[in-house]
Design a protein around this ligand. Structure first.
Ligand SMILES: [Zn+2]
Ligand SMILES: [Zn+2]
Ligand SMILES: [Zn+2]
Ligand SMILES: [Zn+2]
Ligand SMILES: [Zn+2]
Ligand SMILES: [Zn+2]
Length: 466
């Protein structure tokens, strides 16, 4: 055995609950893992042999610990000679590995605080009455939770309630209410945490178990398969049967207006992939074959406004969808003021650009239209345009509002650098260029610097690779 090892007479059971700390730190600490342990280590400072010399046993109540000698010679515990008769030890007890203080090693016994080994399980007490289904009055079986009221039922019981709710409404879709509190149910899902509690209760109180036939019958009603099904009855004004995910996937699928109802000649199937709109958070079926634009070319993100307009679906209190105006081709965007983001949020430069436009006698809209034409005709370099697929952009390109603003920022930069210095407003024409150009950070926190230097120019210092 290695120095400091000890052998348990019972199975090793995980973390150490106590240790023997040698007063001479050149010897190793002995960890005690089993409830009943024979300690085997060096006993004298002169010998390198490891000997079995004592047995330490923790009483089952874990409140007290006993020690006895495990060899023919006695040991000394807290000053008392101990042989085969066990005595109590406590955290802090001093143990000498032989019958004499001199020549033998001395150890301090230390109990490791409880949280180190009992931290993983927590006892919870539950009133069994709170673990019963209010439909069948038994302890839940395959428990499901409905939201937002969070009442719990057997999967079979609630599934049957759902089936009857839809029969009662004669095919007209109507809200499902919670059988317990009558709150409108928005979602239902299997509750794995409560399922563990359900099983623990039935193990403890086996008299509450239902017969195998009852359980088998209940299981035939169960229709809630996924962890969470959201969006039931999102649209009660339209004919839409309750739809449940048919697989065991954990996907939270928000049905879209075309799930369960044919609109614009299309109805989603179980195989339909849905896209989540970045504008409203709602879903729409992914339909590249339809030719309808569903992604912004500038950022590749998904936007639903164009799609729903093409399907004849309007926003109403049940359909949270984007207005088509939020996502449109460049040619249809309009602009009435310079975006705040223009010229790196530097308002001095925006004011100067505004005055430059006024000098030309054109409106901002007319100026932008001119520059879009220059852009489309490739009179402007596109390299630094911070949009994806910049090379593909033309008048008909659909851009989200964020990307359109970035596009405008880019055009206004090129407009400004095209204005000859002598045509700039007087206070702007005298300024020198800031070395860091549009990348300058000082312009954001020093109004003085932002006013004194021109920042609508390329950087000539610093990180100019941007
Ligand atoms: Zn039930
Ligand atoms: Zn409820
Ligand atoms: Zn759908
Ligand atoms: Zn949307
Ligand atoms: Zn975009
Ligand atoms: Zn600067």
């Amino acid at each position: 055995m290695e120095p400091g090892q000890c052998s348990g007479t019972k199975d090793i059971d995980g973390d150490a609950w106590a240790k023997l700390v040698p007063t001479d730190s050149s010897y190793p600490v002995i960890e005690i893992r089993s409830r009943d342990t024979i300690i085997c280590s060096e006993v004298t400072s002169s010998s390198i042999d490891k000997l079995k010399w004592c047995e330490i046993e923790r009483c089952p109540d874990k409140d007290s610990t006993m020690i006895r000698s495990a060899s023919l010679s006695a040991i000394i515990v807290d000053g008392t000679v101990v042989g085969e008769e066990a005595v109590d030890i406590k955290s802090g007890s001093e143990i000498i590995s032989g019958p004499d203080r001199s020549g033998y090693l001395s150890y301090i016994f230390e109990v490791i605080p409880l949280q180190h080994h009992d931290s993983e399980s927590l006892q919870i007490s539950i009133d069994v009455e709170h673990a019963k289904c209010s439909i069948c009055l038994n302890v839940w079986h395959d428990v499901v939770t409905v939201a937002p009221c969070l009442h719990n039922f057997c999967n079979g019981c609630f599934s049957e309630w759902l089936r009857r709710s839809s029969t009662r409404s004669h095919g007209k879709t109507q809200s499902v209410v919670c059988p317990q509190c009558r709150a409108i149910v928005h979602s239902v899902g299997r509750n794995h945490f409560l399922h563990n509690i359900e099983e623990a209760i039935l193990q403890t109180f086996s008299s509450l178990k239902r017969s195998d036939e009852d359980i088998a019958l209940l299981d035939t009603y169960s229709s809630i398969k996924s962890n969470l099904v959201l969006g039931m009855q999102k649209n009660p004004s339209r004919k839409r049967p309750l739809t449940f995910a048919s697989d065991e996937s954990n996907d939270v699928e928000l049905p879209c207006p075309q799930c369960g109802a044919e609109l614009g000649g299309f109805r989603c199937s179980l195989a339909t992939t849905h896209l989540q709109c970045q504008g409203c958070g709602g879903r729409m079926p992914s339909r590249p074959e339809s030719g309808v634009i569903q992604h912004c070319l500038g950022c590749d993100r998904t936007f639903c406004g164009v799609y729903w307009a093409s399907q004849g679906v309007d926003a109403d209190e049940f359909n949270v969808i984007c207005h088509p105006d939020t996502f449109k081709p460049i040619s249809q965007h309009t602009i009435s003021r310079i975006p705040d983001s223009t010229h790196q949020n530097n308002r001095y430069e925006r004011e100067i650009t505004e005055r430059c436009i006024q000098q030309t006698g054109k409106t901002l809209q007319a100026m932008i239209s001119d520059w879009i034409v220059k852009f489309v005709n490739r009179e402007i370099d596109r390299t630094n345009l911070q949009l994806k697929h910049a090379e593909m952009i033309n008048m008909r390109t659909y851009l989200c509002n964020d990307c359109y603003n970035k596009f405008i920022d880019y055009l206004l930069y090129w407009f400004r650098v095209s204005v000859p210095r002598h045509l700039l407003p007087h206070d702007a024409s005298e300024r020198e260029n800031c070395w860091y150009g549009y990348l300058c950070r000082t312009q954001h926190h020093s109004g003085e610097h932002a006013r004194k230097r021109n920042h609508v120019c390329r950087p000539t210092r610093g990180n100019i690779n941007m």
